[in-house]
Design a protein around this ligand. Structure first.
Ligand code: MN
Length: 233
């Protein structure tokens, strides 16, 4: 039996130091996972339970070459596109109700990504009690660099996370400032959905989110986890 229309391709993210790809199944994102960012968005960061939203797998854009930033069209329907620089966790296995002390056994590796956000549409959705999908899960809303296997980088719990725009630093923090650590996030999320190989988790952004305009070049890194670089055209 065949498919009645052309089957969509599997989205793949390059794995550092190999010619292999990490196959993307789903993209989960954590909201407000750095206290300073929660405050800048008008919320009290005192260990509210983590919350999650999703992007479609094909929102991924590979942006792994800092010498040649990937050119991304400025998205439609927004006048306030924001950058959110994030550590990305790539799952090699999963399950439901994963205990915190077993969570890291399910991680294939780590990378860096941008949770690009049409802030005006997201804020309108918040005001009206509507879903965030069109503010968060639009086309090409998930730029990402390479995935670094755990064998190469271990499980980074500290280290600089930084985003520069046109050479000026906009976001800078440390992974140690995550409100919910990676294992806590995996454990919590696995109580809501059954995680599986191929899932990516964008772990939340530090403070300093701001608008991107056409012509801006975004260049971010997390210590040991590579870079993400793109230019909006
Ligand atoms: Mn985010």
């Amino acid at each position: 039996m065949g498919y009645v229309v052309k089957a969509p391709p599997i989205v793949g993210v390059p794995v550092h130091g190999t010619s292999d790809l990490f196959p993307v199944r789903r993209i989960f994102c954590v909201g407000r996972n750095y206290a300073a960012h929660a405050r800048e968005m008008g919320h009290d960061p005192d260990r509210e339970p983590p919350f999650f939203f999703s992007k479609p797998a094909d929102a991924i854009v590979i942006c792994a070459d800092p010498r040649n930033p990937t050119r991304i069209p400025y998205p439609p329907a927004t006048r306030n596109l924001h950058h959110e620089m994030e550590l990305v966790v790539a799952m090699k296995s999963g399950g439901a109700e994963i205990p915190v002390d077993k969570a890291l056994e399910h991680v294939f590796g780590y990378g860096v990504g941008l949770d690009m956000t049409r802030r005006d549409l997201q804020n309108q959705a918040k005001d009206m009690g509507r879903p965030w999908d069109m503010g968060k899960g639009f086309d090409q809303s998930a730029p990402i660099g390479e995935i670094y296997p755990v064998a190469q980088v271990g499980h980074p719990a500290k280290g600089t996370i930084q985003l520069d725009v046109n050479g000026k630093t906009r976001q800078k923090s440390d992974l140690g400032a995550l409100i919910w650590s990676v294992p806590e996030t995996i454990s919590y999320l696995s109580g809501l959905v059954t995680l599986a190989a191929g899932d990516l988790i964008y772990s939340g952004t530090p403070d300093g989110v701001a608008a991107v305009i056409k012509g801006d070049t975004l260049s971010g890194f997390v210590d040991g986890c590579g870079t993400v670089s793109c230019t909006y055209i």
